[in-house]
Write a protein that binds this ligand. Structure first.
Ligand code: ZN
Length: 197
């Protein structure tokens, strides 16, 4: 499998959509064609994620209503993991195996804003890779969070939906403060520095 860098080299950086756009709020269509068109989308998503400095990116975030995401993310042992999951299904621990981790979370589609969100510290994500071959990823640490966050996107759910009213208000205040730094077509156009405003 190509590395994220090799994928990105074949891709084009696309504009990242924001939470206010309908494509982010609608359920996605399953991936059924695993050919060249899908591979180009995957390359574009890796290119976009790298430039935006993200650890995961779902297709609706590049304005495509298909059920897939890419990731390039450290686990709890700081091992960088990467991959592509089409039609993902996440399984979370139940009962005494379920431990919540409350770490700050952010989203490339609501840039500049972070809030702590409690999520299970382990997740299994099953689906298919870019060729339709079954994949199963066991994620710990930030990767567990990433697998849950990206799979949520494919159902039209954003992490702000999972926050308390108060945390959501703080998140939106941060976003309002930071949003001027992100051009409308970011990351095609670069993020601005506060001095540029
Ligand atoms: Zn996100």
């Amino acid at each position: 499998m190509p590395t994220p860098r090799e994928w990105a080299a074949k891709g084009t950086v696309l504009r990242i959509t924001r939470w206010t756009e309908p494509v982010m709020r609608n359920p996605t269509r399953p991936v059924t064609e695993f050919g060249g068109e899908l591979h180009q989308l995957v390359a574009d998503m890796f290119a976009t994620m790298a430039v935006a400095d993200g650890v995961g990116l779902a297709a609706p975030q590049v304005d495509v209503d298909l059920a897939l995401f890419v990731f390039h993310c450290p686990d709890k042992d700081d091992r960088l993991r990467f991959g592509i999951v089409c039609n993902p299904v996440v399984t979370l621990p139940e009962g005494k195996n379920r431990r919540l981790d409350s770490t700050e979370e952010g989203c490339l589609s609501w840039p500049g804003a972070y809030q702590p969100l409690a999520r299970p510290d382990f997740a299994i994500c099953e689906g298919q890779d870019e060729n339709g071959t079954p994949v199963r990823i066991e994620g710990t640490g930030l990767l567990a969070r990433c697998l849950q966050h990206e799979t949520d996107h494919l159902a039209g759910t954003v992490f702000g939906d999972r926050l308390s009213k108060r945390s959501r208000r703080l998140l939106n205040e941060q976003h309002d403060t930071m949003t001027a730094l992100y051009p409308q077509d970011w990351p095609i156009s670069r993020k601005l520095a506060p001095a540029d405003l």
